[in-house]
Every structure is written in structure tokens, then in C-alpha cells.
Design a protein around this ligand. Structure first.
Ligand code: TRP
Length: 334
């Protein structure tokens, strides 16, 4: 029998989710959360958000939008422990304890930090650390505390986060070596994130400005889809499904039978306007209910707050006594 696994993952609360986030990250994570037998912790990483974004109104808005998005799409707070990082003060205390175990040399190698140093050097700046806060520098330690606080055994993340998991293991090992075996070594689960193309055919991403919104109005969803770049083939001319953004997005939402039918329509020379209309109808049918729930939740921030507070209560039932043990081991128990 495989031992029960504890899955944990953090959702940085920046930006407004788009179709690419949904297909690549949100949908698979919610599906995974429904697999019975495992314990899962999903949390809103709002302390991570303030590393990158220091506009309080934007932070506040995004935090609200992202909580509502996950709940509207079916994340079930009775099934997973769903909480906000900033509601768990023990994470912060653990962060400091771990900071005192983390080698600075290890942090020097973090690619988020190194990337900024490199761009400073390339732009000829006199200060290689220009614009780098200690938050950015030590962010892998905060992430380590997120993970170790709940004894996570499996941490699903994108490829860009693998290094941070290695750091988490390294820090846990050092702590255990020094203070006794108290922390659990997490394992990374690399999610092969499905990449959805955006309006211009490049990866759908906020930084390219080519996204299609997830939960704006139906009208805006349709308008977005109509803006997808296509070639100049006329209706009646057969069309290639390969490297075609409309087809690719369709595939991300359709079942096999629907995909086959759509491919046939391409062969039969469906016009781009009609193809996009079909794509819109397919997506809209799947999103209209969650969209309604989303707008409903956004209009009832107090109800979302209740859900998050309950999540925090569940999480703290674990973090409070565990941190006490950790403090004891370090010699600072009250
Ligand atoms: N840093 C992660 C990201 O940008 C989000 C995150 C924060 C996280 N804490 C975590 C992911 C803990 C997994 C476990 O995607």
C-alpha cells in the first residue's frame, strides 16, 4: 500500500485569470483535487504577490478575483484545505526559522534572483542588485515554509519551480540534521502544463497581451475569440487543423467526437467566422455557469471571506501545534 500523500500547491495572487491559466493550471488542479484518498492543501500565496506587485488596490482585487475563480470553477473547500497564506501566521514564523538554516550561497543561485542580476548587468547598470528586494532574494525560503508547514509530500508545480523544490529539500535536510528529524522532505511533481495559444498564435500570456478573458461578459468572450488571428482562406476552401489557433483552443475544450466533427468541418471548408462562432459556443457552454457563480461570489466578498476563514481554521489546527514542536526543537518555545 502506498502511504497517503499530502498534496500542496500555492497560487500566486497576481493578475486576472485567462483561458490559458484555466486550461494550463486551474482545470487540472481542480481535477486532481477530486481524486479521493489524498489530502490536499491549496492556498492563495498573497505574501508572494507583494513581492512583485506593490499596488495595494491591485493586490486586493487580484486576491479576491482568484479566490472567486477557483471556487466558481468547482474547487470544493470541504474536500481540500483552501486558505490564504497571510491568514496563517505560523508560516511567517517558520520562514524566519528556516531563513536561519538557509545558506546564502544557495539563495544566490535562485534563478528568479539571478535573472534580474543578469538583466541589470546586460543593461550596463552600476548596481547588479538594482531593484532587487530581500523579498525577491529570499522568496524560495517563504515557499519552503509554505510547503514544510503542512508536511507536504507531493508538490505539483510548473517547470520553473523545480529549483525551488530542490531548495526546500535542502533547507529541510539541514534543519533535520541540526535539530532532529522534524520536517518532511517534499517531492516535486512537475506538471506538464498544457500551453494554450493566444490571439496571435504565441503562448497565451498576460505579458504578450494576447489573452482571452475567462470570466468577463459573454460578449467579451465572443469578441476575444473573434479576434484570433487566422489566414486569408475563404469559406469553401479546405483548412489545415495543424498550427491553427482556433482549432487548438477548440481541442482544449472539446471531447473526441467534437474534435473529429470540427476537423471534418475544416476539411469541408468552414469559414473562419463560423469556426470561431462554434468555438465560442463550445467554450461559452462550459463557462457560463461558472461565470455566473464567479460574478455572484465577487458580489459577496463576505461569503468568500467566511470560506477562507474556515480554511484557515482547518490549516491552523495543523500549523499551530506543529510550529510549537519546531520552536521547541530550536529552543525558543514559550
Ligand atoms: N511560487 C509559486 C509560483 O509562482 C507559487 C507558490 C508559492 C507555491 N508557494 C508555493 C507553489 C508552495 C507550490 C508550493 O507558481
Amino acid at each position: 500500500m502506498t502511504p497517503k500523500q499530502t498534496y500542496l500547491t500555492g497560487i500566486t495572487t497576481t493578475g486576472t485569470p485567462h483561458l490559458g491559466n484555466y486550461v494550463g493550471a486551474i482545470r487540472p488542479a481542480i481535477e486532481a483535487s477530486r481524486v479521493p484518498g489524498n489530502e490536499s492543501f491549496y492556498f492563495l500565496a498573497d505574501y508572494h504577490a507583494i513581492i512583485k506587485c506593490q499596488d495595494p488596490a491591485v493586490v486586493r482585487q487580484s486576491r479576491q478575483e482568484i479566490a472567486a475563480t477557483w471556487l466558481a470553477l468547482g474547487l470544493d473547500p470541504d474536500h481540500v484545505t483552501f486558505y490564504r497564506q497571510s491568514d496563517i501566521p505560523e508560516i511567517m514564523e517558520l520562514t524566519w526559522i528556516l531563513t536561519c538554516q538557509a545558506a546564502k550561497g544557495l539563495m544566490n543561485r535562485a534563478h528568479a534572483y539571478k535573472g534580474v542580476v543578469q538583466s541589470n548587468e546586460e543593461s550596463g547598470s552600476a548596481d547588479p542588485d538594482k531593484g532587487i528586494t530581500m523579498g525577491l532574494f529570499s522568496y524560495p525560503i517563504l515557499m519552503t515554509a509554505d510547503i514544510l508547514m503542512f508536511k507536504a509530500t507531493k508538490v505539483p508545480v510548473g517547470k520553473d519551480q523545480v529549483q525551488h523544490l530542490e531548495m526546500a529539500r535542502d533547507i529541510a535536510q539541514r534543519f533535520n540534521h541540526h535539530y532532529g528529524n522534524l520536517l518532511v522532505q517534499p517531492e516535486v511533481v512537475v506538471s506538464e502544463q498544457a500551453v494554450l495559444s493566444g490571439l496571435d498564435g504565441r503562448k497565451m500570456s498576460k505579458s504578450y497581451g494576447n489573452t482571452i478573458p475567462l470570466f468577463e461578459t459573454e460578449k467579451k468572450l465572443r469578441k476575444g475569440i473573434m479576434k484570433i488571428k487566422t489566414n486569408s482562406l475563404e469559406p469553401g476552401e479546405p483548412k489545415d487543423t495543424e498550427n491553427n489557433t482556433v482549432f487548438e483552443i477548440y481541442k482544449a475544450f472539446a471531447n473526441e467526437e467534437q474534435v473529429a466533427g470540427f476537423a471534418q468541418a475544416y476539411q469541408d471548408g468552414i469559414g473562419w467566422g463560423d469556426a470561431k462562432q462554434q468555438l465560442f459556443e463550445l467554450i461559452n457552454a462550459q463557462l457560463s455557469e461558472p461565470r455566473e457563480r464567479y460574478h455572484d461570489l465577487m458580489a459577496r466578498p463576505d461569503d468568500v471571506e467566511v470560506i477562507l476563514q474556515e480554511g484557515a481554521k482547518k490549516a491552523r489546527a495543523i500549523s499551530v501545534p506543529y510550529l510549537e514542536q519546531i520552536r521547541e526543537a530550536v529552543g525558543i518555545a514559550s
